[in-house]
Design a protein around this ligand. Structure first.
Ligand SMILES: [Zn+2]
Length: 327
């Protein structure tokens, strides 16, 4: 009990500083998961069962049915950077809150536009602002686990990682009225093994992002807007932080312009439900040296991302958040 109290005290003390102005991302040598997805986005589906012969002509009694081996279940996808969707659907996410002033301000902007968002909450801030958490949920947004006080989970012992996630899971369950089903590791730092473990233990899907506004770094509303508008595609998961006033300042314009481009906002879990795997692209026939080389998909992505006039809601190429990432 004493230990609990002491821990609680320490965490609360830390919360104050972390929530008010979280320490900048510790430069880690870890590659951001979004940049290095070790789990293939598409896994080959289990081979289809061979077609069974029609049984209509054989009397049921005469032929004892052979037990057919159950088809291997499709592997569960435990982590997403983005989704493949049919339609202009996107999910905007806000991390590190709730914040006493900025989150309610953002909620009003979302309410006015009928937009549903996803909030990855820090446990100690949930404990500090339980009423805001209740408001987030009441207004139809989704909440996810973002650790207790935003450490780099790759630098903690397994026990401490579990404690970070479990305490937050419990406080969100208590304040939101239902357990969260999604988790975002601070800075996106979480190994493949940990993602599987979090799925097995709490039923979590780990959510990274493909659009990184870098709002925490530049604190510039115009930059926040230009990055989001130029890199968001159908199926995108956009990373923002509702603890920064400059991010909220950018939102009316960001949201209105995304809506004007035809995008439709859904929560992360709704986006995941729409996800379908993209069949592997067939091998291109060999080309002669004289044939005009086709632009690689990366080049296409680059070209499109720099062309702000184009909406590419159906685009299948991906953009990854690379280099610096906060989460
Ligand atoms: Zn974060």
């Amino acid at each position: 009990m004493l230990r609990l109290l002491a821990f609680s005290f320490l965490s609360t003390a830390f919360c104050f500083t972390a929530c008010a102005d979280p320490a900048p991302a510790a430069p880690t040598t870890t590659v951001a998961p979004a940049a290095a997805p070790t789990t293939p986005e598409t896994k080959p589906a289990a081979p289809a069962e061979p077609a069974k012969p029609a049984t209509a002509e054989t009397p049921a009694a005469a032929a004892p049915t052979q037990p057919t081996p159950p088809a291997a279940p499709a592997p569960v996808k435990v982590s997403y950077n983005r989704c493949n969707v049919d339609g202009p659907y996107i999910a905007i996410t806000f991390d590190d809150g709730p914040h006493g002033a900025n989150t309610p301000r953002l909620l009003e902007m979302l309410r006015q536009r009928g937009i549903k968002a996803t909030f990855f909450l820090v446990g100690e801030c949930v404990a500090e602002y339980p009423e805001i958490v209740k408001q987030i949920v009441k207004e139809g947004h989704e909440v996810g686990n973002h650790s207790w006080n935003h450490p780099n989970l790759l630098k903690l012992s397994a026990e401490k990682v579990e404690d970070q996630i479990d305490r937050t899971h419990n406080v969100i369950t208590q304040e939101a009225g239902a357990p969260p089903t999604i988790f975002r590791p601070p800075y996106g730092n979480f190994t493949e093994k940990q993602r599987q473990w979090a799925h097995d233990k709490w039923g979590y899907t780990t959510i990274i992002w493909d659009v990184d506004s870098l709002d925490w770094k530049h604190r510039n509303p115009a930059k926040t807007e230009s990055i989001i508008l130029s890199t968001t595609h159908a199926g995108s998961i956009i990373l923002c932080h509702d603890i920064h006033k400059t991010t909220i300042d950018a939102m009316p314009s960001v949201l209105d312009k995304l809506l004007a481009k035809g995008f439709k906002f859904v929560t992360v879990s709704e986006l995941i439900k729409m996800n379908h795997e993209v069949p592997p692209t067939p091998k291109a026939p060999k080309k002669t040296l004289t044939a005009k080389p086709e632009a690689k998909s990366e080049d296409v992505a680059k070209a499109k991302s720099t062309d702000k006039s184009k909406v590419a809601p159906q685009k299948k190429t991906t953009t990854s958040s690379k280099k610096t990432a906060k989460g």
